[in-house]
Each structure stands twice: as C-alpha cells, then as structure tokens.
Design a protein around this ligand. Structure first.
Ligand SMILES: [Zn+2]
Length: 400
C-alpha cells in the first residue's frame, strides 16, 4: 500500500490509486519505457487491523524500502526475475535505467495493512515481457500478470532450490541482516520482523508430539512446503482460533522459523502452553485436519488425566493421543464434522508416521523399545489409538 508506481516519465502515483484505464509507465526486458493503459487493478482492503504474516521487507539504495508479498518479482542484472522471499544482500535490484541498486537488508515478518496489484493486461507475456515490468519506488519489478505466471510449476522448481528469507538454510548462508530502518522504527509502515515477534520459550522438559529420534528422521527424510507457505500458516491461524474458543486457558503459539518437526505442551508459572514448530506445519504429509489432531494431542497432555508423567499433571503420550482424538476433537468439531475431520486427520498422520519409518534400522530400534511406559508408542499403535477413539472403543493396550 502507498507504494509509488511510475505512471509517466516524471510522475508517480500510489499503487492503490491506479485504476483500470489509467496510464502507467511500463517496459519489457529492454527497459524501453512507455505509457500503457492499466487493464487490471485489485487488492486487499487497507486496514491497520489486517495482520499479514510472511511479508517481505527490502531496504535498498538511499534509505529506500519496499514491503511486498513473498511472490513479488524483481528484475535482476542477468535479466531473470527473482522472488522477493529469495532475495539476499548479495543481489542487486535495478532502477529504470538498468543501473544496479544495492540491497541492504531483507527480512520477513508481519505487516499490518493491505496490498494492491496492477497489470496492463492478462495476456501471456512475450519473451521480452513487453508491458509487464513496472517501477515501484524506483525499482524495476513485475506486474501482477507476471507474478501469477511465475506461480506455475516451471518457475516453482527453480525457486524451491533457493533458500527462503528467514529459514535456517538462508540464515546459515547469508547471515541475519537486520535493517537499521526497522530497528530504529523510523519508517512509517507497520512491519514487525519475525525475529522480533515474541514466542513463549519452551522449557527443556516440554512434552513433544514425537520423539527426538523421530523428529530427526523427519528432518532427514521428510518433504516440506515452502518456508513462508501462506496456506499452511492460515490453517494454523484458523485452528488456534477454533481451539482457543474451547480451551481459553491455553496459550497457543507457533515457532514459525523453527524448521524442526514437532509440537509441544508444557506448564510454566501456572500457565498452560501449546506450541507448534514451523517444520511440522510445513510437512507435506499434514494438512488442516492432521494439524488439528496434533494440536488436540497437545491439549490432551493438559486435560487427558491419568496416566500422567511421574511428578506431573500432564498426561502420558498414549493417553494424550486417546483423549485428544476422542474428547478434544469431538468438542471442537461438532457432530458429522468430527467424523470427517478426524478420519482425514488419521489418514494424514498415518502418512506422517510413515515418513519416520523410511530408515529401517531406526524403525527397528524404535519398535524394539519398551513403549508400555509413558513415552511415545510406535506410529501404528498411535493410529490404532485414534481409530479406537473415533469408534468409542477402549484405549488399545499398546498405548499404555
Ligand atoms: Zn505428546
């Protein structure tokens, strides 16, 4: 919002004020600029209450900045287009004359406000991308038509190989570059870097959804959605809203930048917590339903009752599974919804537990463990437990 777009040689307009039929300054890869009519203009309502996570902040040039969606595209000196969530301080942006502009910082975080997009037309762009490059706050970037085109499989793959801003792989490679402008709050936009969003700190003895060994196997063998994937993030936002209605005493949180595959329950200072880690949310085996059952398991630790961990009021793993599937899910998903959501959840979790079983040695070692105590039963036992809960049968013996 309010991003100035060049509409003629020496005039710019805030993006949301550009309407269909207005003129805008456009070019192709040759950067020969001319005015062309806008054929598409649309976006989300601008409101200070619209909380948008997974947004990219880029600072560049002479204390300039842009706040964009992760799929926004920028023209690179080698004439390729690069997604905003893949930019690094080693990249250069281009100004309208094709001159390089240094990037000082790239960060992901939460933005309060709306976004607006424009395009000259929605036809398939030609090889030179004629009419589909625009100048936003002095920088050459793609219009909405190109942005949508790049959602396609052919480009998805090339971007998937580049680390995403905020991920561990990215930080390991490029370091965390904190931008001075954000830190000093001397900019007029409401953007909070994800590294500065407070997340409840979990104690070492927090109870996990899966064992450390299994979580490690998932990291090695699992497949994951993109680091900033907006769909799985909206599932979690939705689920936390639903569960909070029924369990208002629990503090729900997501540690989005943590790539580990797990979820936790704990009590500290008398406060109940449930936390889900980014890696688990991004696991391709789980969708809304499977994630719901994971959250239900964590709530099961809090309210599932006996048997509990020694010296604790938190339920053992098998009991958390059983109570989560039988009571928590039934409370949150009413009537027929309970059956359809939980059955989908069970099938996704069967897939999820299967991922950790790819390493046969690891699985053998895991299966041989005594699971009659409080710890995590093997995956097939957990599936059996969920099915028993749906069918209102007793908890299976394997679940402790
Ligand atoms: Zn657990």
């Amino acid at each position: 919002m309010n991003t100035p777009i060049l509409v003629s040689k020496d005039q710019s307009k805030a993006v949301q004020e550009i309407k269909v039929g207005d003129y805008v300054y456009v070019a192709g890869l040759d950067l020969v600029w001319k005015q062309k009519k806008v054929g598409y203009s649309g976006g989300s309502q601008s409101s200070k209450n619209t909380r948008q996570p997974g947004i990219i902040f880029i600072s560049y040039g002479q204390e300039q900045y842009l706040v964009v969606t992760p799929d926004s595209l920028f023209l690179m000196p080698d004439q390729t287009l690069k997604r905003a969530d893949k930019l690094t301080i080693q990249d250069h942006l281009l100004n309208e004359k094709g001159q390089k502009v240094a990037i000082h910082g790239v960060d992901s975080g939460v933005y309060r406000g709306g976004f607006h997009h424009i395009a000259t037309d929605t036809q398939e762009p030609n090889e030179n991308l004629d009419g589909h490059l625009v100048i936003a706050n002095g920088i050459v970037c793609a219009d909405y038509t190109l942005q949508i085109k790049y959602h396609g499989d052919e480009h998805k793959k090339e971007f998937a190989e580049m680390p995403t801003v905020g991920s561990k792989a990215y930080n390991d490679k490029y370091g965390v570059v904190k931008d001075q402008a954000i830190r000093n709050k001397n900019i007029d936009i409401d953007f909070t870097p994800s590294s500065e969003i407070a997340i409840p700190k979990r104690p070492a003895d927090a109870l996990a959804f899966i064992s450390e060994e299994d979580a490690q196997a998932h990291l090695e063998y699992g497949q994951f959605r993109d680091h900033l994937d907006p769909v799985s993030r909206s599932w979690i936002d939705y689920l936390f809203t639903q569960f909070k209605l029924h369990y208002p005493d629990i503090n729900f949180s997501v540690d989005w930048n943590n790539d580990e595959v797990n979820a936790y329950a704990w009590i500290s200072n008398g406060e109940r917590h449930v936390q889900i880690l980014g890696g688990l949310v991004r696991s391709t085996t789980l969708e809304l339903e499977g994630l719901a059952l994971v959250v239900a398991h964590e709530i099961g630790h809090h309210y599932g009752g006996e048997p509990t961990y020694p010296g604790s009021t938190l339920s053992c793993e098998g009991q958390a599974d059983f109570y989560g599937a039988r009571n928590v899910m039934r409370k949150v998903w009413f009537g027929e919804f309970y059956i359809s959501v939980t059955e989908k959840a069970i099938s996704q979790l069967a897939d999820f537990f299967g991922v950790a079983s790819t390493d046969m040695d690891k699985q053998a070692a895991f299966m041989g463990k005594n699971t009659n105590g409080c710890e995590h039963p093997p995956g097939d036992c957990r599936i059996e437990t969920y099915n028993a809960a749906v069918d209102l049968k007793p908890k299976p013996a394997c679940a402790g």
